[in-house]
Write a protein that binds this ligand. Structure first.
Ligand code: 26Q
Length: 840
């Protein structure tokens, strides 16, 4: 159904707060030249017949043809969703995020739209199978890791739960870099994910807005005698909207992910053109286009990069202007209902410059009084924190704001001045408190503390797991919690069961469907019913068959990508995630070295019958500038090489480092994993979400009491979880007198591992390269306390090996893990956001 101009006029005359906004947006999804009720197969045939039909491109053509056809099928429901949202007083949520790690879209769209069978039929005549086509789609890698993938899972849950949520992000030309491994070292290659075109996106140029940069501010007095500020001589950048459909699970809703691309405005540097400096001016256009060129590949922090702040402001300003334009078209300048109809959820502080930007737009553009603008801002902004590492908290030099965003800085100062009055009121006479809590960090180079700005302006501040929220309110944000306890709340993360079970593990999904029916896909708590089957012989048998088949499939991928043969009879022990010292891939590596030594001894003493054969898989990307993380990759690769080339060892131990770990790789990995490693130093991993994907797919976890592991353990019970290590309090308590040298002495296993490392055994060709790693383990200042947890970890691994020998009982534990994973569906998380934060 298309919206005719007359229809639109009719709706907009009614002038209820939310109404015309979405109708107007709906108008942007243009009618395509194919009939809307076309079958998938007819639409695909038309696409194929219109192409050049080069033989070598047939599969690619088929992929693009199928994807385009699926998108066409979504168009009318997409428009209807926008209409529906505008006709009812639905609260609109804008999820603002610098990252959306969507991965591939085809398989997920087919599942949600219930088009999988029809697609297979349509492909029959081309003798190509659907999985082969799905494999051709480039991952949309517009994120680093957990935070970006969480945003993607949330979009799926919001659409599936019929919530009017729009994702706002950046259409990076280059997503997360592709990782190659050369001689064991990580090499970064650009990820040109758009090079063959993106069949899912719709460019919507009539939603363009312009975003100002640089220039200076001046004050003026209007006719009524009121003083205002204006921002002049700005360099404006055009923000062009590209919309991606987000289909809900079989409910007819299609939400939108709106990604902004930066382009030069036509009159970009007009002055220079007029002065005849044509080439210079055209070259400067690049500056504008650079903004959305590349995703920053850091998953912790890289503070102070000017282009990054430009990206943040670009996203924030464009998205807010879009929201306000839509509002004004419908309601004129009456903003009295705005706060009731809108919420902006800030995915970490990355888009927190939206706070002063909303104030600027309301005060400067819509001539609103400060107090009313502040009321609107503080009742629409909500902030999610994703880190406890103090070094990862974003701070921007004031100087950078001064030059790039002078008007925004003035507003930050005003917000700070008014807020510090509240602080002074709460802690009378305490000037230390004022310094400590100020949004501006004074010093040689003053900085803006973005987390403080976000907290001050938000009505809700949430952590992403119980422990994380507890540590936030008792540590990092303690004073803010004292000032505003009502703002703080916990929303434990989750992952979408559509992608992370129904789609990625079709064998297990079929078994669940057969035993439980289909309802688990909508309500994952239904998996609880599996607990009744743990003594069912047939179930145990089938469960094992599923895992075995998945392991076979993963083995093919590992053989192809790593040249290592994994045997499905062996235990699959997996750690895949970004490489970071706090995640302690090093602890895993040290343990593998220990297993290697143990195996060599057992072989030489003819006592191999006690060894539990295992295949260890490690994967993940290191931030390109993070030397220690890159060195860990090299160590893992060298270790893998030594182990895999020793014929005495390979019957019992194999190691692979998987290059270019990404969303699509995880879809193959988590269904095939026996043991999931979640071994961060307690108190450092905010939540983790990979841990949940593994659990859902029946892996057992070896883990510390960190992030959401704590809640997973609570759900599944300690007899089904291999817990080890210091807890967060013990880590803090040990810090002042941490003595790794003593710990190494006290653990013969660790001492042997260190001796072998120090002998240069893993770097014979490159002496000394691993010295920084060795030094970090031995340092009393090692913040990650690897040595402190080694013995406990080793003993937990012994328990794992013993448990795996009893395959029946292992399978029962596996079933219980899946059964208890219902709480970690992102549907549950989103229900929490909906009821307690968004009130949608
Ligand atoms: C900051 C400044 C400059 C450039 C980049 C960044 C940057 C980018 C990405 C900082 C952090 C990130 C990503 C953080 C992240 O992924 N955090 C993870 O979020 C997950 C979802 O809540 C949690 O499960 C993980 O525990 C947390 O580490």
């Amino acid at each position: 159904m298309s919206i005719s101009p007359t229809k639109r006029d009719k709706v907009s005359k009614k002038a209820s707060p939310n109404k015309a906004r979405k109708v107007q947006q709906g108008d942007q999804i243009q009618q395509q030249d194919c009939p809307p009720c076309d079958s998938l197969s007819a639409s695909l045939a038309r696409y194929m017949n219109n192409g050049l039909g080069q033989q070598e491109h047939v599969k690619h053509d088929l992929f693009h043809g199928l994807a385009s056809s699926v998108k066409h099928q979504m168009l009318s429901a997409w428009r209807e969703t926008r209409n529906k949202d505008s006709q009812y007083q639905t609260k609109q949520v804008a999820y603002l995020s610098l990252e959306f790690l969507m991965g591939r879209a085809l398989g997920n769209a087919l599942l949600n739209l219930e088009l999988t069978d029809e697609s297979r039929e349509a492909l029959n005549q081309y003798a190509v199978d659907l999985e082969a086509l799905e494999g051709l789609e480039h991952d949309a890698g517009l994120g680093n890791g957990g935070l970006g993938r969480l945003a993607a899972c949330f979009l799926d849950s919001c659409a599936s739960m019929d919530l009017a949520v729009t994702g706002y992000g950046i259409r990076y030309e280059y997503g997360m870099f592709a990782q190659k491994i050369v001689d064991g070292y990580q090499i970064e290659r650009p990820d040109r994910w758009l090079k063959d075109g993106n069949p899912w996106e719709v460019r919507v140029p009539n939603h363009n807005v312009t975003v100002p940069f640089f220039g200076h501010t001046e004050s003026y007095v209007d006719k009524a005698g009121r003083r205002h500020m204006t921002w002049l001589n700005t360099q404006d950048v055009k923000a062009v909207a590209y919309d991606m459909p987000v289909p809900g699970y079989r409910n007819g809703r299609i939400n939108t992910l709106r990604l902004w691309k930066s382009e030069a405005t036509d009159d970009f540097d007009l002055a220079e053109f007029n002065q005849g400096d044509y080439t210079e001016a055209v070259a400067r256009k690049n500056l504008a286009e650079q903004i959305t060129m590349v995703l920053y590949p850091n998953d912790a922090s890289e503070n102070g990069k000017e282009l990054r702040l430009r990206q943040q402001y670009f996203l924030s300003s464009a998205s807010l202007q879009d929201l306000l334009n839509n509002w004004v078209k419908q309601n004129g300048h009456d903003f009295s209902g705005f706060a009731n109809a809108n919420v902006m959820q800030l995915n970490d502080t990355h888009p927190s410059v939206a706070v002063p930007e909303l104030m600027r737009l309301l005060v400067d553009h819509y001539a609103m009084e400060w107090e009313q603008a502040w009321e609107i801002t503080t009742s629409t902004m909500a902030y999610t924190n994703h880190t406890l590492l103090p070094e990862a908290l974003e701070r921007w030099p004031v100087r950078m704001f001064e030059q790039m965003l002078p008007r925004v800085l003035e507003i930050i100062y005003e917000i700070n001045a008014r807020y510090l009055d509240d602080v002074a009121h709460h802690w009378p006479g305490d000037s230390d408190m004022l310094n400590k809590m100020s949004i501006i960090e004074e010093g040689h180079e003053p900085h803006v503390r973005m987390a403080y700005l976000a907290i001050v302006a938000s009505f809700s501040v949430n952590g992403v797991a119980g422990l994380h929220t507890q540590l936030l309110t008792s540590g990092l944000f303690k004073s803010f919690y004292e000032l505003w306890p009502e703002k703080f709340n916990n929303r434990t993360n989750g992952v979408t069961p559509r992608r992370w079970l129904a789609h990625c593990n079709p064998r297990l999904a079929a078994l669940l469907n057969k035993r439980l029916g289909l309802e688990w896909i909508r309500d994952l708590q239904h998996l609880q019913a599996l607990n009744a089957f743990t003594e069912d012989k047939e179930m145990i048998e089938e469960w094992q068959q599923v895992k075995l088949a998945n392991k076979r499939e993963l083995s093919l991928m590992i053989a192809r990508e790593c040249g290592v043969e994994f045997s499905p009879e062996m235990m699959f022990d997996v750690q895949v995630k970004r490489i970071h010292e706090y995640k302690r891939q090093l602890l895993n590596i040290l343990h593998v070295i220990h297993l290697y030594q143990k195996t060599l001894t057992a072989v030489s003493e003819n006592k191999t019958q006690d060894l539990q054969p295992r295949c260890v898989l490690i994967g993940g990307k290191a931030a390109p500038g993070y030397m220690m993380a890159k060195l860990l990759i090299k160590l893992a690769n060298n270790l893998a090489h030594m182990i895999n080339s020793d014929p005495d060892v390979v019957p019992y131990l194999r190691v692979a480092f998987l290059p270019n770990y990404n969303v699509s790789a995880m879809e193959k990995i988590c269904p095939a994993t026996d043991l999931s490693q979640q071994i961060s130093t307690a108190g450092k991993e905010a939540s983790g979400t990979g841990n949940m994907k593994f659990m859902m797919n029946g892996a057992l976890t070896i883990g510390t009491l960190d992030g959401a592991n704590v809640e997973m353990l609570e759900e599944v019970g300690e007899e089904n979880f291999f817990q080890f290590g210091l807890n967060a309090d013990e880590v803090s308590a040990l810090k002042p007198n941490y003595q790794p040298a003593q710990l190494i002495k006290d653990s013969p296993a660790l001492a042997d591992v260190m001796t072998l490392m120090e002998s240069g055994y893993f770097n014979l060709q490159e002496p000394g390269i691993f010295d920084p790693i060795i030094a970090s383990i031995k340092s009393p200042n090692d913040p990650w306390m690897t040595a402190a947890d080694f013995e406990s970890y080793r003993l937990a691994q012994v328990r794992v090996a013993d448990a795996y020998k009893d395959r029946k009982s292992w399978t029962q534990m596996s079933i219980r893990n899946t059964a208890c994973s219902g709480r970690f569906s992102s549907d549950v998380t989103i229900a929490g956001y909906r009821d307690d934060i968004w009130r949608a």
